[in-house]
Design a protein around this ligand. Sequence first.
Ligand code: IPE
Ligand code: IPE
Ligand code: MG
Length: 251
Amino acid sequence: MSVTEGIDKTRIPKHIAVIMDGNGRWAKQKGQDRIYGHQAGAESVRQITEACGELGVEYLTLYAFSMENWDRPKYEIEALMALLVETIENETDDLIKNNVRILAIGDLKKLPEDVEQKLSNCMQRTAVCTGLKLVLALSYSSRWEITEAVRKIATQVKEGSLELEDITEETVSNNLATNSIPDPDLLIRTSGELRISNFLMWQLSYAELYFTDMYWPDFGKEELRKAIIDYQRRERRFGKTSEQVREETEE
Ligand code: IPE
Ligand code: IPE
Ligand code: MG
């Protein structure tokens, strides 16, 4: 089935964010090492990136490695970093061919040097691409991001370039790592966990949340199609009444 089947092309979420969870359990279920699950997860990333390109989604943000994931066993961190380098090396040419631009959010200074270099090279090479923007959340935590924003804003006030009274919600947004990126419309979390795990807490304020029991390596184009159809059935009210929303869409 085509990924566009049954989808209203005029109401595609502009920004989809994904908490790609369940790689380890997927592998364990198969009697394999967790790393095998991460490798399989990389294939899902390819599938979902391709599908989002086809659908005309503008931004896809993938939670690939959280700040808290630095507390995992050393061998798993090393395997994840190696997989990241390998994937970037193998995929950059195809990304350019498919007009996909890579962006990254997170405390990238914490990444091993080779990962940081490969990533920044990939970001530079894909900077000319005008299609889907694939945002990788790496060494990312929402509390880290908000703390950094507070620090930046406080510095501006201290230096006299910003008045206290002029601090607005926009000031906060503009000082987050996601400053040029619109808020997600749809958040997908796989693996049956019903939590946010320190991901985009400011930006998800009005996102539609979609949870599935499926482990990330099993999440493919058909699953994405189902999530978008579910999203399109919902009424986004942003605090207003249903009547107001309907009047607005009729206008
Ligand atoms: C998600 O899968 C990938 C990362 C967090 C890097 P997990 O590795 O968390 O898999 P589970 O949740 O243990 O099954
Ligand atoms: C969230 O998954 C982080 C990523 C998907 C990168 P975790 O597996 O780390 O989340 P928790 O610890 O179960 O909340
Ligand atoms: Mg997990």
